[in-house]
Design a protein around this ligand. Structure first.
Ligand SMILES: Cc1cc2nc3c(=O)[nH]c(=O)nc-3n(C[C@H](O)[C@H](O)[C@H](O)COP(=O)(O)O)c2cc1C
Length: 335
């Protein structure tokens, strides 16, 4: 019988007796189903499958409704007279205390642009809301933005392929502290990641103090060999209260992954080294991290990111990529 020690939390292989193998298989099944039920139940508890019950449900709904209105106005064939039901619900949510939140500010300004687009021909509830509430002062651009190709070409006048290729997972770091403004800029860049109906469900919790980094990273197996060199660690979460219908049950991981990659590329652009740290964990480990962080039950942990300043010279894994044909099929035949 050969039992191998787990490396980075994973056993590579184990040759054991058939009975022991069966026992192991049952344990893995139990861990799997426990994880599935844990995820499903938390989604069920917090998403607004039937009705919005919390301020966070309402915030997400206002952002989604505002997105519906801006979407219609940005169409090539944009026509007045669409979105009455969404606009009415948005006005109702805004009136129902929603206007005080950041999401409400987006909802309010989008609703005003939409009402102007419709030349005031709007449902009564919308008209009443707009009449009762004075427009707030200057706000972020809302509704639609007009761009031109030259402006986009100017903003993208660099070799993105070279930029993407220059990022590597870094597992050795310099001793200098990470300047906070670099983290803030990276967070702002991560906010530009696309999100489902612009609901922006993700959040970054970042620690840069040694003892705090250590208390967070101890829950994650994949940083054990280098985590003591990290200048910062981020935990990326998605708020399950922002999800609406059963089809969105995995959306937290999708939006969270996009957000995480944007954050990592942004830190790279700031000259910092990064390493994604997986959160492929069992229920017990997830609960352990949540307890240390004091995370409320609605926050789903998506992934962690370790980062730090770069030393002058470093060695990284080459991690060769497969030929592009392995990820790209151009015009594959359809059945
Ligand atoms: C979601 C995710 C989780 C990861 N977790 C870890 C980890 O826990 N520890 C680690 O050293 N690397 C981790 N990695 C880094 C991968 O090993 C690495 O991205 C891959 O080998 C490709 O190399 P590159 O990032 O240098 O291009 C993770 C990557 C991803 C995308």
């Amino acid at each position: 019988m050969t039992v191998q020690k787990p490396e980075a939390g994973r056993a590579v292989s184990a040759t054991t007796s058939p009975v022991a193998r069966l026992g192991e298989a049952l344990k893995v099944e139990a861990r799997f189903w426990r994880g599935v039920l844990y995820d499903a139940w938390r989604f069920r508890r917090h998403a607004w499958l039937h009705r919005a019950r919390s301020g966070e449900n309402r915030d997400a709904r206002m952002l989604a409704d505002a997105h519906f209105l801006e979407y219609g106005m940005a169409l090539r064939e944009a026509r007045t007279g669409f979105g009455f039901a969404r606009a009415t619900r948005l006005a109702r949510d805004l009136r129902d205390a929603g206007h005080v939140s950041d999401a409400g500010a987006v909802g309010d300004s989008t609703l005003r642009v939409w009402a102007a687009f419709n030349a005031g021909e709007v449902p009564e509830e919308v008209a009443r809301y707009l009449a009762d509430r004075a427009a707030p002062g200057a706000s972020e651009a809302a509704g639609v933005s007009h761009l031109d190709r030259a402006g986009i070409a100017k903003a993208t006048d660099f070799d993105y392929l070279a930029f993407a290729g220059s990022r590597h997972s870094v597992r050795r770091f310099g001793p200098d502290p990470v300047p906070e403004d670099k983290i803030r800029r990276a967070a702002r860049a991560a906010q530009h990641a696309p999100s489902s109906c612009n609901r922006q469900t993700c959040h970054l919790r970042v620690w840069t103090e040694r003892d705090l980094i250590d208390r967070v990273r101890v829950h994650q197996a994949g940083n054990r060999t280098f985590g003591d060199e990290l200048g910062g660690i981020a935990v990326i979460t998605s708020d399950l209260r922002h999800w609406e219908h059963p089809g969105e049950r995995y959306q937290a991981w999708i939006d969270g992954g996009l957000f995480a990659m944007s954050f990592v590329h942004a830190l790279h652009a700031e000259g910092l080294g990064t390493c994604m740290l997986n959160w492929s964990v069992d229920v017990g480990t997830d609960k352990g991290l949540r307890a240390t962080l004091g995370l409320d039950d609605a926050q789903s942990v998506i992934v962690l990111v370790g980062f730090g300043t770069l030393p002058d010279d470093l060695t990284v894994c080459a991690s060769p990529r497969l030929p592009v044909e392995t990820v790209l099929s151009m015009n594959p035949p359809l059945t």
